[in-house]
Every structure is written in structure tokens, then in C-alpha cells.
Design a protein around this ligand. Structure first.
Ligand code: CA
Length: 226
């Protein structure tokens, strides 16, 4: 069953979408604000997320940006009454996959959602990163070592993902800072050291080999070898 998250503050529109999609055999969850949408998207995996651009509080464009920053793999469909070209371009610029101006024909919505879900399942197989006995599912954001679940914060997750995408390579502090902290990275702080320590505590166990190694005054490396 296709799982759809609809982020829409107008209750009437949201109910209309939900009712229509469930008649099509899709399971639809409604979020009435961007915050609620982001929370739900971090708790459950959805195939498609529809985002209204004008939302109270955090706006639709910021919601899409956050979803992509958190590596959310859902297809994102913008539904906007604004219909302006700039909105459309802005939406695509931050990672939306498709755009449907309001008002829309319901059949059109269903077609777009199905197309997005199909496109997504084509690359869903690539959404698991593994190294040694570490496994990361980018879709559900679950991490396991040796089959044992590990709870990571969003930042720790992004940090570990970077290592899993570049195994056996020394990653410099600059590269890590840029990739995980983006423009908020302050190279004067020891925030990377601190997060490496957090991550080690969580992924290392006494009976398994160390995976995160320090290359003195350069950076860090994910490796089974010392
Ligand atoms: Ca709205």
C-alpha cells in the first residue's frame, strides 16, 4: 500500500485529498503544519509527501529543504495555490520532484503520486549502506551493528552516513565539517571530535573490531583495519 503524507493546513483540502487517496487504496496521513510534517516524516517512511507551500510557521520550501537535508527519500510533490513560476523553481531548487498548481483535477493528483512512487521504488534498493557489520537504512533511518539496533541523533546519523559513503578513506575535518554541518561549521570548535566520540560510544562494542579511527591531525577513517 502506498503511503502518502500530506502537509496541508487547510483542513478541508486535506480531508478531500485523504478521502480521495484512500478510495484509490493509498494510506494518507495529514500534517497540518510544517513542523508536524517533519516530525511524522522522521518517524515513518512515506512513499510520497505532498507539500503545500503556504503553511503557518515553517513554510513549505523550508519543509522540503529540511526533508532533503535529512535524506528523506520520499517523492515530493508541491501543491500550491500560488502557482507562480518562482515558487515552482524554488521548490525544485530545494529538492521537490514535481509540482501541481491548485486547484487541480483529482485524477491528475493520483497520476502524479503513482508516478513519483514508481520512480522512487526504482532506487529504493540502493538505500542501504553497509560496511563490515554496520548497516544503515536511509529510508527508515535505522542503523544496526551486528543486527543490533543503534539509536542515533540526526547529526550522528549524517556523520556516519558520510563515513559509510566513503569507507577506508581518511576524511579531513574540513570535509566532514562541510558535509555534515554545512555553513554552520565553525572550524575553531571541537564539535567534530565530540561527535566522533558520541558515534564511537554508540557503534563500538567490546567484542567487535573498532571501526572509526583517528588519523592524527588530519581526520578520521572508517575501517576494519587499524
Ligand atoms: Ca496553505
Amino acid at each position: 500500500m502506498l503511503r502518502v503524507l500530506t502537509i496541508e493546513d487547510e483542513r478541508k483540502v486535506a480531508r478531500f485529498i485523504q478521502k480521495g487517496l484512500s478510495a484509490e487504496g493509498m494510506e494518507t496521513t495529514i500534517a497540518e503544519s510544517g513542523d508536524e510534517g517533519l516530525r511524522l516524516a522522521s518517524e515513518r517512511a512515506f512513499d510520497v509527501i505532498t507539500v503545500d507551500l503556504s503553511l503557518p510557521g515553517i513554510d513549505g520550501i523550508s519543509v522540503i529543504r529540511s526533508l532533503r537535508e535529512r535524506q528523506n527519500a520520499a517523492g515530493i510533490l508541491v501543491l500550491s495555490a500560488r502557482g507562480a513560476l518562482e515558487d515552482k523553481l524554488l521548490g525544485f531548487g530545494v529538492g521537490a520532484d514535481d509540482y501541481l498548481p491548485k486547484p487541480f483535477a483529482f485524477d491528475e493528483l493520483v497520476v502524479r503520486i503513482r508516478a513519483l512512487a514508481r520512480r522512487k521504488t526504482n532506487f529504493v534498493q540502493d538505500l542501504t549502506l553497509t560496511y563490515s557489520d554496520l548497516e544503515m537504512d536511509l529510508r527508515t533511518r535505522r542503523v544496526q551493528r551486528g543486527g543490533k539496533e543503534i539509536e542515533l541523533t540526526a547529526r550522528e546519523f549524517n556523520l556516519l552516513e558520510l563515513f559509510l559513503r566513503n569507507p577506508e578513506q581518511v576524511l579531513t575535518r574540513a570535509k566532514i565539517g562541510e558535509a555534515v554541518w554545512h555553513e554552520q561549521f565553525d572550524r575553531e570548535t571541537n564539535v567534530i571530535e565530540v561527535y566522533i566520540m558520541y558515534l564511537r560510544k554508540k557503534i563500538e562494542t567490546p567484542n567487535s573490531p573498532r571501526l572509526l579511527h583517528t588519523t592524527r591531525s588530519v581526520g578520521y577513517r572508517l575501517s576494519e583495519r587499524e
